[in-house]
Design a protein around this ligand. Sequence first.
Ligand code: GLN
Length: 488
Amino acid sequence: MSDPLYYRTASALSRELEAKKISSLELVRAVIERTRAVDGTVGAFISFDEDDALARARASDARREGGEALGPLDGIPVGIKDILAVEGQPLTCASRMLGDFVSPYDATAIGKLKAAGAIPWGRLNMDEFAMGSSTENSSVKTTANPWNTDCIPGGSSGGSAACVAAGEAPLTLGSDTGGSIRQPAALCGVVGMKPTYGLVSRYGLVAFASSLDQVGPFAHTVEDAAILLQAVAGYDRRDSTSYKTDIPDYRAALQENRGPWKLGIPSEYFGEGLDPEVEKAVRAAIDFYRKEGCEIVEVSLPHTEYAVGVYYIIATAEASSNLARYDGIRYTHRSSEATDAIDLYFRSRAEGFGEEVKRRVILGTYVLSSGYYDAYYLKAQKVRTLIRGDFLKAYNQVDALLTPTTPAPAFRKGEKTDDPLRMYLSDIYTIGANLAGIPGISIPCGFSGDGLPIGLQILGRPYQEADLFAIARRFEEAHDYHAKHPGL
Ligand code: GLN
């Protein structure tokens, strides 16, 4: 029996749209109905605009009727993390600070989606300003993990991951600064991909830590993630860190690049703190690749132990400077109690930001302050170079690395909220890729005894997303974890 419309992959939906077996209007109606039915429980959305989605669906159907369909995404709804600007839609970053701000323009990634005929669908929940690993730092609500609603979906793009897992959109976009796409993808049993730094424009992505932030796709399958990345990747002169490179045809590469590959297992990613069920599932995946004829070699990334520390210096430093723009004068939240201009800054920021955001701003201001800059920020930058060097050295030897995405399956709501350090450690395996700027993907590779999803992370060479997709697809073809859905 085939999946209901709302659970079909984007590539299947695309074929059905093309064959006129379904219309975009039917699809969008099914997604709206599904969202209305389950989002009270899941809480993936902060808001959605049904009329806008329906109007875009009708326009897509009209294009197709006229023989002018725009490609594989035409007529397909794509959920959007509430950190990417969509013209005329609210943009809140799940923060009181942005309140009822409405974006006057489209992010480059959104403009590209629209040009491909895709339908931006709703505003997805997240940790405030993307700072967090569970969506519990959202000022709006905590999203539930669709596999067990007492558990968190991961973060910060928890809404984007839960949305796909719950069938509220076949595809979504998120952002990943230290793991915010791969970690929630792993915990919700979907595919999530962080591209190489510079591959997707950051124009219109609200800045958290500019040297780490990347936009990327969530999907049910590797092929779907490839289709979505294809649509949003590419040079943009409005992002000074955007990289000029030809974007290959990722879907074609899935067929062409069949391996076998040389795959590295970084010993530092299998140490203390790794949950035995996660380790077992990831080791089984490694065995699978071995049986497929891939050469598996142990490699070392010796500076791994510094990654979390370095990240929380660099990310907070950049955040403290990026978030200085929220001053109570521009954007929306302005304290009504203020007595003078300085008081206005203090009060507006004190009222507008949540606890975790304040903690980051304070940490970041501290590590950048005179007298501490050299000891913290500068040193962290040097260690960052060593961490990148570890990866590049490993890639002289292997095509890609296989690791767990997270140390453990989804934890329960509230379990780590009082202990920021424990929360920070849930990104231990994902942060290295951001510091090094390399691409990474998380794909479903098993379930815990409690029925919670487990993710396999594959890290690749800079700008070799095509290889990463091919390697991931090889596992997916031989397993059905990605095809399972939670019983909502
Ligand atoms: N969880 C990490 C943090 O809190 C990463 C967040 C992200 O990738 N946006 O900073």
